[in-house]
Design a protein around this ligand. Sequence first.
Ligand code: ZN
Length: 235
Amino acid sequence: MSFFGRRQKRSPTPTGSLSRKNSMTDADGPNAKPLYLCSPFADAALVNGNFKTIVMLPKYVNDMEWVAVNIYDFYTNLNEFYGCITECCTQHSCPTMSAGPNLNYLWTTPERKQVSLSAPTYIDSVMSSVQNLIDDENVFPTKSGQEFHKESFPVTVKHVYRQFLRIFAHIYHAHFHQILHLRAEPHFNSLFAHFLAFGREWQLLDERDIRGDPSTPVGVGLLWERWRSSGKLES
Ligand SMILES: [Zn+2]
């Protein structure tokens, strides 16, 4: 539960003017800190503590099975969160897959062409392609006796993980005020911190994925740094 919520009444539904405002910043102008980096929102969490213990391989569990189960859980949870704000993520509000002041992710087509898609189209494409992978017994085997593919499975999950990071980064950048209005920031932060901890433990995310290029930084790269310096995440 949000301790913030106990002191303050639930915020009203976003007004037209608020939803048109650049959600990256607060009311102080374009150079102000994004709300997700401000107290108390940046540190709101369901539980305090380090995530190391819940990302490590449990005894007697196959490592690929463990990664597969976690990918499935992150997929399900991220889908639920996106479902809550999907009405606000439209072709009109989010014509690009933005994730920082100068960063718009491009989608790579099967012909290896980089194209700009609106955020809802980009996110739908990621979610349906991941759903197809999860349903594919050759990629995510569920029957006993069937093995994970030793070479291709790690490559596939790393790709999926990077796409999930982009969805988190877009939601934080463009829709954090809607997460706040739902008073869901402790849940969303906890999910993202768990996601980052798991990604680092299993080498599914490179530092560069989280930070972005210096000229086009990922907004949540700073949140990652903040959580590392507070000890929430391993440095
Ligand atoms: Zn959006």
